[in-house]
Design a protein around this ligand. Structure first.
Ligand SMILES: *Cc1c(COP(=O)(O)O)cnc(C)c1O
Length: 404
């Protein structure tokens, strides 16, 4: 069976983890701090805090911005449920909007239609690793400044809708010479086991505020405290001689990254551009070269003008099929010992959100994308032979279901 996206666990990763274990410091410490610094250098943003997941990072930033009951957060209908769940956790209302047909990303025209006086945050999602149009989205936030009704101190300071990117897929993607993390106010990366760069579980919040509005370094320090019980000294600081006293400044959260995870992240980051990305690009280009002659397939977009993907997913679409036919094709592919997936089962179609009154049929492009989509495997250890096997399985399965 060809798996979908196993992590790359080699001697380098194992040795780094063992080294962290033997160092005697396993929670947040020097490795996490170093990883944060290296991410900031790589992305070109202003400060970065590593946490235990992207989900925690998104929720922490919503809470920091004072998002709560009566507030609205605009997000795409086509995403993983984490993007919407964090809005619900805060007691705010998720406002789903439809996506583009070409790159699956949130549709900017639809965002504008959804903005109200209650809109506090827009959460774009860089689907499959393709960055959204942050220039246009930030412009919308500025254009609609007059409508914005600030409640919290941080809302008053920014004076407009916050752009909080769900960049769970897009670490290393770029627009021109700028990398994700530096494209809007705040971007949140995921280092979950299936993501491009993995720390088993983990995430990072890339801060990129205009320094005249928020001091990013100060905000970083605040977030370190806020994500560690609201405690004014972390465990490392407390180990210094006689430095045992601490205070709880507020009822904070607990979602810090461990140095064991950061040890994996440091290895992964060092080889990201000149190894991981080269392999992922090769895989997506191989798929596209083998599938492009067949008019039944709609190939994914990895480059568009100045935007370049980081090749997180290969979201293939099949023209003119129903979701039942797609499901049958997936079954045929699995019968040929190849693992595939669907990205995503749209959030408004999930039973919790259906019960809240959302209806997937209102998001026509998201629904059409979902019905026709099959995601092919991408992982570092995928061989040339396996690529050929996967494409053969896909073509045979489409033939079998569409009776060619
Ligand atoms: C994976 C994913 C997340 C959640 O990331 P975690 O690190 O597991 O919390 C959020 N949004 C999207 C679009 C994702 O794919």
């Amino acid at each position: 069976m060809i798996p979908f996206s196993p992590p790359r666990i080699d001697d380098k990763i194992c040795n780094a983890v063992v080294e962290a274990l033997k160092s005697g410091w396993i929670t947040t410490g020097p490795r996490t701090k170093n990883f944060e610094k290296k991410i900031t250098e790589y992305c070109g943003n202003k400060a970065t805090i590593c946490l235990n997941s992207a989900t925690a990072g998104l929720e922490i930033m919503l809470r920091w911005y004072g998002v709560g009951e009566g507030d609205e957060v605009i997000l795409p209908a086509y995403t993983y449920s984490a993007t919407a769940n964090v809005v619900v956790h805060c007691g705010a209302t998720p406002v789903f909007v439809d996506v583009n047909a070409n790159d699956f990303n949130i549709n900017v025209t639809e965002i504008e239609k959804a903005i109200t006086a209650n809109t506090k945050v827009i959460m774009p999602v860089d689907f499959a690793g393709m960055p959204c149009d942050y220039e246009a989205i930030t412009k919308l936030a500025i254009t609609h400044k007059n409508k914005f009704t600030a409640k919290s101190d941080n809302q008053k300071k920014l004076g407009r809708i916050l752009i909080l990117s769900d960049s769970a897929h897009s670490f290393g993607a770029s627009v021109g010479n700028k990398k994700t993390g530096s494209l809007c106010d705040v971007s949140v990366f995921s280092f979950h086991a299936v993501k491009n760069l993995s720390t088993a579980e983990g995430g990072a919040v890339a801060l990129n505020f205009n320094e005249t509005v928020f001091n990013n370094e100060e905000l970083y320090k605040y977030l370190c405290m806020y994500t560690l019980h609201g405690q004014n000294k972390d465990a490392l600081a407390k180990t210094q001689k006689g430095n045992w006293k601490y205070d709880i400044v507020e009822a904070g959260y607990k979602c810090n990254m461990t140095d064991i995870c950061a040890a994996m992240g440091l290895v992964e980051l060092e080889r990201y551009d000149n190894d991981t990305q080269i392999k992922r690009k090769f895989i997506v280009e191989s798929y596209s070269a083998l599938l492009k002659a067949d008019a039944r397939f709609q190939l994914p977009l990895f480059k568009d003008g100045e935007r370049i993907s980081c090749f997180h997913l290969y979201p293939l679409r099949i023209n003119g099929i129903t979701s039942e036919q797609r499901d049958a094709i997936i079954q045929e592919i699995f019968n040929r010992d190849v693992s595939v997936n669907v990205h995503f089962m749209p959030v408004p179609a999930m039973s919790f959100y259906k019960k809240m009154g959302y209806d997937i049929l209102k998001y026509k492009t998201a629904y059409d994308n979902y019905c026709r989509e099959i995601t092919l495997p991408i992982f570092y250890d995928l061989t040339d032979e396996q690529i050929v096997t996967i494409v053969k399985a896909v073509i045979e399965s489409v033939n079998a279901v569409l009776k060619k």
